[in-house]
Each structure stands twice: as structure tokens, then as C-alpha cells.
Ligand binder design. Structure first.
Ligand code: SAH
Length: 261
């Protein structure tokens, strides 16, 4: 796809050169959340190396690029992280314009940092093209403000991936801040997370939203409390990809939803 000349001029993006790797965020799923520079790069890339979270609608905007899927199949990675970085380095050395496309933002739980580090080590020129992280898009779609004057002073983006295992983050300390938390990759561990937060002093009645496949045709959401969320997730068959929003800000949904378009 080609952008109009006036948009290209506005972008002032550096030229996508052969042998360079651009690590880009594709946003939460719907193509309307792509940035202009990512749309532009899709049209210019020789190869697009993408994860499972990048939607077909986004991929359909690629020009003549070869598509390489390196995501997870059936929940298991089809190719290791080392193989992915090796592939990026190989393609760049072959003189390709490589677009490494990830869901959301490449630097938010996207392993973009590790991939950039490997490219830097091998002296492969790269750029980071930010994307809209799924939390911000999902909160907007659900009419839940990420921050709210008088209600919150911070927001934590956390991964629930390793909840309850050794070396995990201190959920009880997070509970003590009284500030809202958005949990990525937490559907499987929400029971543990809720228990740790309550042990840390977060009230059992704290509202919780689970936002699944936000901005895609499979989008669903549920509202529960810290005490009931695990059972609700199970009862309503919620599965990844989903975000769990915990805190008073969730109560704003009821205030805003009837009115918003
Ligand atoms: N880099 C991505 C996050 C990758 S980790 C970003 O910035 O959004 C994968 C997790 O992201 C999923 O398990 C889920 O928690 C979340 N996620 C990604 N896309 C989502 C979507 N459309 N709706 C809900 N959650 C999503």
C-alpha cells in the first residue's frame, strides 16, 4: 500500500534501506490503530517477520513482501527466540529490508529489547517503530480511563506470566500502592494474582475487567471483582489474548458506557 505524497512528506521517516531491520508495533489488532510509519514500512519491506498477535487485516496491507510467521502455534512457540534473532540477522545480511512486526508495542512485553540488543551486537542497523500497546487500546474500547484524577496517580503494566513462581514481581507490594494494575498474559494465573493482591490488602470487592481480543471481531469483556474474577473467567471461557484491569478505574465503565458511542 502506498501513502499519499503529502503524508510521506509529513512523516519524514528515514529511508527503509536494504540490510536494515525495523522492529515495529502493529497495535492491538484492528488496522485503524496502526501508525502511519508502520503502514508506510509495510509497503516498503522485502520481508515481514511477524507474531501470531498481528492480525490478518494488518498483514493484508503489506506490499510485495515475503511473509514469515514466527509466532506460537497451539500455545507453544514454533521457533525459539534465538532462532528468531538469527533469522533477522541472516535476512539483513542478505540485504533485505526486514520489518519485524509484533502485536501492540515492540518494547512492551514484546521481547523487542532482546531483539534490538542482538542486532546491536551484530552491528545490524535497526530502528524501533512504536505501536499502540494493547492495554491502552483495550481500555479505550472499554471506556475505562487509564488514569483518572482523584482516583489514581499511577498505572502499572505487569505481566502475569510467572505469577506465583520464584523470582516473580511483588504483587503484595503492588496491592499496597492502591493504584490500578493492567495485567498482560494473566488469564491462566489470575487466581494466584487475585489471592496475592488480597493478601497484600487490596479489598476483595475491587472491580476487575477482563478485556479479551480487544479491537478484533472476537472482542469480549467481563466485569467482576477480585474475589470472583477467577471463577468468572472460567465460567465464561475467557482465554488469551486478554488483559486484566484491576482497580477503582474499572468503575468508570458504568459511568461512561451508556453515553459513549
Ligand atoms: N507487545 C504487546 C504485548 C505482547 S504480550 C503489546 O504491547 O500489547 C501478549 C499479551 O498481550 C496477551 O497475552 C494479552 O495479555 C495482550 N494482548 C495483546 N493483544 C491483545 C488484544 N487485542 N486484546 C487483549 N489483550 C491483548
Amino acid at each position: 500500500m502506498h501513502l499519499s505524497e503529502s503524508i510521506e512528506t509529513l512523516l519524514e521517516a528515514p529511508a527503509f534501506q536494504p540490510g536494515h531491520v525495523w522492529l515495529a508495533g502493529a497495535g492491538p489488532g484492528h488496522p485503524r490503530h496502526l501508525t502511519l510509519e508502520v503502514v508506510d514500512a509495510l509497503g516498503k519491506a522485502d520481508v515481514v517477520v511477524h507474531d501470531a498477535l498481528v492480525s490478518d487485516a494488518v498483514l493484508s496491507l503489506a506490499g510485495k513482501a515475503e511473509m514469515v510467521f514466527v509466532g506460537k502455534r497451539g500455545g507453544r512457540p514454533s521457533i525459539s527466540q534465538e532462532e528468531i534473532t538469527g533469522l533477522l540477522i541472516d535476512l539483513a545480511r542478505k540485504g533485505k529490508r526486514v520489518l519485524r512486526l509484533k502485536g501492540g508495542d515492540p518494547f512492551v512485553f514484546g521481547r523487542g529489547g532482546e531483539e534490538a540488543e542482538a542486532l546491536a551486537r551484530e552491528n545490524i542497523p535497526f530502528r524501533i517503530l512504536p505501536g499502540m500497546t494493547s492495554a491502552l487500546a483495550a481500555l479505550a474500547a472499554a471506556n475505562i480511563p487509564a488514569t483518572m484524577r482523584g482516583m489514581s496517580r499511577a498505572i502499572t503494566l505487569a505481566t502475569g506470566h510467572a505469577a506465583g513462581s520464584s523470582g516473580d514481581l511483588d504483587w503484595k507490594a503492588l496491592a499496597r500502592t492502591g493504584e490500578p494494575i493492567v495485567v498482560y498474559m494473566g488469564v491462566g494465573t489470575i487466581g494466584t494474582i487475585a489471592r496475592l493482591l488480597m493478601e497484600g490488602g487490596m479489598p476483595a470487592q475491587t472491580p476487575v475487567a477482563v478485556l479479551m481480543s480487544a479491537t478484533t471481531p472476537q472482542e469480549r469483556s467481563l466485569i467482576a471483582t477480585l474475589a470472583t474474577v477467577e471463577a468468572e473467567v472460567e465460567r465464561q471461557n475467557f482465554a488469551a489474548p486478554a488483559l486484566i484491569v484491576i482497580g477503582k478505574i474499572v468503575s468508570m465503565q458504568a459511568v461512561l458506557s451508556g453515553r459513549a458511542e
